[in-house]
Design a protein around this ligand. Structure first.
Ligand code: NAD
Length: 347
């Protein structure tokens, strides 16, 4: 907690339902911590702790970069999403979230559906992303990623026209498929890969995409490589094989280590920092905190701002000759520090 500057780590256990959860609150300078809950069969408690620490810190940067008045948090439940879910487990989890008094708002993440969050909502109002409010964040994330790809190409070529631009999309899940739709409509040529054949077949049929082996998609000759599956796909092994001009996708934690951002820069590859380009989902969810209620049009208007945010990051990166991930982190940290400082003013 000290190394990554977390405020709070809460261990939750309920014998009856078998709930074993950890809630990480990284930073609440800008507002209550917001971040989804992940259900994953972690092999050890250490693995779960590492994940919740990394993910909650990522949420602090994402919300700060998006200009939201929210801090960063995340929950992890140590369980198998295919067999361990029960009403009692979700409600027990809801009671623990409630006990934090609004310091942490939860939502969906890997292994957790809006239906599950609905049951959590029986015990606490500190939830977001419910069906009857902002719902599934994936279309918003995909739209933001599309906007970010356009901004990246504009930085590189002076034009945000994607017709004829080749984009290699890794992972045709909720976000990947919706992203392909936007890209197809904009006239891009698509290369797609997924570990599930039916997901690839859908993109081939619907968008005329070309199928690529999942083990080779990152090495495709293309303008943009868009990782939309797992994290850490930009690493020592993959970087020498990249044949793209831009890395711009929706996956969280794309760089295995921060130094890989510098390595992309050294090879002349523009990296659209993950926590900025994939911030559309959190912007959409945050609209639920709007006193006038959730408004999809307003949310999507704000998501369009991701393009300008990336342009500002690219400009700092060029001016100061630093990697884009470093520029993006600095902007987020500066906002948190400035807002933190004004809180000393007594009102
Ligand atoms: P998803 O589970 O719907 O889709 C992921 C897809 O990746 C699946 O189709 C899966 O089969 C595929 N995949 C897994 N391993 C692969 C591999 N090695 N090669 C190719 N394909 C592989 O998830 P999603 O909601 O679409 O999210 C995608 C990524 O975006 C994740 O990293 C997620 O953390 C991130 N993200 C999602 C959102 C959101 O709103 N859903 C928001 C921010 C970030």
């Amino acid at each position: 907690m000290k190394d990554m500057e977390h405020e709070q780590l809460v261990f939750c256990y309920d014998e009856v339902s078998g709930l074993k959860a950890i809630i990480g609150i990284h930073d609440t300078t800008l507002g209550p911590a917001l971040g989804g809950t992940r259900m994953w069969p972690y092999e050890t408690e250490e693995e779960a702790i590492t994940d919740v620490l990394r993910l909650s810190k990522g949420m602090t940067y994402k919300s700060a970069a998006m200009g939201l008045n929210l801090g960063g948090g995340k929950g992890v439940i140590i369980a198998d999403a295919r067999k361990d879910k029960s009403e009692a487990l979700w409600r027990a989890y809801g009671r623990f979230v409630e006990s934090l008094g609004g310091r942490y708002y939860t939502a969906e993440d890997v292994g957790v559906s809006p239906d599950d969050i609905d049951v959590v909502n029986d015990e606490t109002d500190y939830v977001a992303g419910l069906w009857h409010k902002s719902g599934d964040p994936s279309p918003a994330t995909a739209f933001g990623t599309f906007v970010g790809i356009r901004a990246s190409m504009e930085h590189l070529t002076g034009s945000d026209d994607l017709s004829g631009v080749t984009v290699a999309v890794q992972g045709i899940g909720s976000v990947g498929y919706a992203l392909c739709k936007h890209l197809h409509e904009a006239g891009a040529r698509l290369l797609v890969a997924d570990i599930y054949e039916d997901k690839v077949a859908r993109a081939v049929e619907d968008f005329g995409a070309e199928e690529v082996d999942p083990g080779a998609i990152h090495a495709s000759e293309c303008d943009v490589y868009a990782p939309c599956a797992l994290g850490a796909t930009i690493n020592d092994e993959s970087i020498p094989e990249l044949r793209c001009k831009v890395v711009a996708g929706a996956a969280n934690n794309q760089l295995e280590e921060a130094r890989h951002g510098q390595e992309l820069r050294a090879r002349g590859i523009l990296y659209a920092t993950d926590f900025v380009i994939n911030g559309g989902g959190v912007v959409n969810v945050a609209q639920e905190f709007n006193p006038a209620g959730y408004n999809r049009d307003l949310a999507f208007k704000k998501i369009e701002g991701i393009g300008e945010k990336l342009q500002a990051i690219f400009a700092i990166s060029d001016e100061e000759n630093i990697p884009t991930n470093e520029a993006a982190e600095r902007l987020a940290e500066e906002r948190i520090a400035a807002v933190g400082r004004i809180q000393r003013i007594r009102t």
